[in-house]
Design a binder for this molecule. Structure first.
Ligand SMILES: [Mg+2]
Length: 262
């Protein structure tokens, strides 16, 4: 994808937000708003992101929605001071509106049993300290391990969890420095479809994400809004535009704020 294509897409989209009564900004968290960190509890947003998002929310012309694989509780901590934020957590399994009301999709008994089996596997392999148990899923993280240890853990997890996914109907997701075994739905694409279903078709909507799980969201949005890959190095994507964090991200958010502020 060329810079020129991105520039054309962004300018055309932001032009729509200028005249629209309201716009919707959908944002992945890790790798998009925040750099990766060895300790994922310390993966705070890039400098400047919080204040721009606060101003965008306060402009009252944009509904800002976070859509992340993380549980909502973690996102609330990392995004601290921003109020009136709507969040879809755990890949869309959890949902909290800006007024604080919360709902969560129930995991089937069958899936819960398979996830419990994966948890037992983690304990038996001595990997509990590298594991993250979350609503509808379980993840193994190897960021911070030595390259040899990371390769060993990755190979072991890939082998055994792929087999478990195969017979259980759970899905295995690869993400930056980790693997996650989780319920196949909802995913981020389902979350975006739910959001779009509640919007007039002329509301400008954009989604920014970095990961393979964001491709589901791009897919749901394409034809209805602007999909943006946020990544330092380009990879194959169905997103319509590509920006590099943090500078390209900050610039995009500033342009958004200027557009909706008139
Ligand atoms: Mg991400």
């Amino acid at each position: 994808m060329q810079d020129k294509e991105t520039a054309i897409e962004l300018t055309a989209f932001l032009q729509q937000t200028k005249t629209a009564q309201t716009a919707v900004l959908l944002l992945d968290y890790d790798g998009t708003l925040a750099p990766f960190h060895v300790d994922r509890n310390l993966a705070y947003p890039y400098p400047g992101v919080i204040s721009i998002l606060e101003r965008i929310v306060q402009s009252d012309k944009t509904r800002v929605i976070i859509i992340s694989g993380r549980p909502i509780a973690e996102l609330r901590t990392l995004l601290g001071s921003i109020s009136n934020l709507e969040i879809w957590g755990s890949h869309g399994l959890e949902h909290q509106l800006s007024d604080g009301s919360y709902s969560r999709v129930q995991v089937s008994e069958e899936n819960a049993e398979s996830l419990a089996e994966a948890e037992e596997w983690v304990v038996a392999r001595g990997l509990l300290s590298s594991a993250e148990i979350k609503p509808g899923g379980i993840a193994i993280h190897w960021r911070g391990m030595s390259p040899a240890e990371a390769a060993r853990v990755q190979a072991l997890t890939q082998r055994d969890w792929a087999a478990l996914a195969e017979r259980s109907g759970l899905k295995l997701l690869q993400f930056e420095a980790g693997l996650e075994l989780r319920v196949s739905h909802p995913d981020k694409g389902d979350a975006v479809r739910s959001i779009l279903a509640g919007l007039d078709s002329n509301v400008p909507t954009a989604y920014l994400g970095d990961d393979l799980t964001d491709e589901d969201a791009f897919h749901s949005l394409n034809g209805h809004g602007l999909s943006v890959l946020v990544k330092a190095d380009y990879r194959e994507t169905i997103a319509k535009a590509w920006i590099k964090p943090p500078l390209g991200l900050i610039e995009f958010l500033e342009r958004w704020l200027n557009s909706v502020s008139g």
